[in-house]
Design a protein around this ligand. Structure first.
Ligand SMILES: NC(=O)c1ccc[n+]([C@@H]2O[C@H](COP(=O)([O-])OP(=O)(O)OC[C@H]3O[C@@H](n4cnc5c(N)ncnc54)[C@H](OP(=O)(O)O)[C@@H]3O)[C@@H](O)[C@H]2O)c1
Length: 317
């Protein structure tokens, strides 16, 4: 099969590209900046194409001959305010992609969205919902099969979720957290990639599938667990909403927006599944505490001791 991936250079895209290549598929990764894809240049049967993905004509040309398109483009924060950046990345790009698929005769699309798409007050979730609606409308016309994934937060050794909190924990003796009781069901990147592989094989194509890991965590518990794994002595403090909102407003003006008022609004909704799509796909998902210690191990003293203890036990048995 030939699969074209928009946003294939990122965290999930890099895992998916390697997986599809291992399965014997040919992959085209579209990027706005090819030097950022060096890590994929050695993956067999993978072609990197650098161009502006909003250039529909070029996109249609590149899509020709592919069996499926995957859209992994997404942003957690926009440069300005007011939602225009989110609309461009989450809606305009899908419009371009759908028109390009139609022109190129590509009949299968897998769209990465997010839990709670279309709900709540954040521009992120609102535009995610609008993007999904575009895919469903095209599928209703009957010329394309559109599968939509709605994952909770995705984790893996190279994620931006655990790694960002790990960096913050190392930088500061106190970590104040907005929406500390917000719930997540972190989902392991290999499970997400497995779900993509199965849908591309044709299983449950055309469905909207929520994806959650096997454990549900309150944000504050998760960050404290991470702190302990890293053997750091840090205070992790939950902020009441009035301060959490203020934190978001203040970070709106920090370059790179490590947090924002839009993130605060997204966090008002728990990121947990009402029905886990993994069961439909026959995948038993991992939980965070089952997988993450294998790479957090070695990053902290306590984890190292645990590793030695386990090793000693193995040697004795
Ligand atoms: N990671 C998570 O926890 C999580 C959870 C729920 C949903 N998701 C969704 O899953 C998808 C993949 O996540 P990820 O963590 O792999 O994201 P990522 O690492 O940030 O990668 C996303 C890719 O999208 C491209 N991109 C970013 N902004 C763009 C823009 N304005 N216009 C066009 N292309 C743009 C970038 O490719 P180039 O720079 O190479 O062009 C980037 O590599 C995203 O849609 C994300 O929202 C992720």
């Amino acid at each position: 099969m030939k699969v074209l991936i928009l946003g294939g250079s990122g965290f999930v895209g890099s895992h998916l590209t390697r997986r599809l290549s291992r399965d014997g598929h040919a992959v085209t990764v579209v990027t706005r900046y090819a030097p950022g894809c060096k890590h994929l240049s050695v993956v067999p049967q993978t072609t990197i194409r650098q161009f502006d993905p909003y250039d529909e004509g070029r996109l249609a040309k590149e899509l020709a001959g592919h069996d499926a398109a995957v859209n992994l483009v997404g942003i957690l924060n926009e440069r300005g305010f007011g939602g225009k950046g989110f609309e461009r990345a989450h809606v305009t790009l899908i419009d371009c992609l759908l028109r390009a698929c139609r022109e190129a005769g590509v009949e299968r699309l897998v769209q990465m969205s997010s839990l709670n798409a279309g709900r709540g007050e954040s521009h992120y979730l609102r535009t995610r919902g609008e993007g999904e609606a575009r895919v469903r409308a095209a599928a209703k016309e009957g010329w394309i099969t559109g599968t939509i994934f709605r994952p909770s937060t995705i984790f893996g050794p190279d994620d931006s979720f655990l790694n960002r909190f790990a960096t913050l924990l190392k930088l500061s003796p106190v970590l104040p957290l907005a929406r500390p009781q917000a719930k997540f069901a972190p989902v392991y990147v290999d499970d997400v990639v497995e779900a993509f592989a199965r849908v591309l094989e044709g299983r449950h194509a055309g469905k909207t599938l929520e994806l959650c890991g096997s454990e549900t965590w309150a944000l504050v518990d998760l960050v404290r667990w991470l702190r302990d794994q890293l053997s750091l002595r840090r205070a992790v403090i939950g902020l009441p909403d009035i301060l959490g909102r203020a934190q978001g407003l203040a970070f709106d003006f920090v370059p790179g927006k490590p947090f924002s008022s839009d993130n605060f609004r997204s966090l008002k909704l728990d990121s947990v599944c009402s029905s886990n799509g993994f069961s439909a796909l026959g995948i038993e998902p991992w939980g965070l505490s089952e997988r993450a210690p294998s790479w957090l191990e070695g990053r902290g003293k306590q984890a190292r001791y645990q590793h030695y203890r386990r090793q000693a036990r193995r040697e004795r048995s």
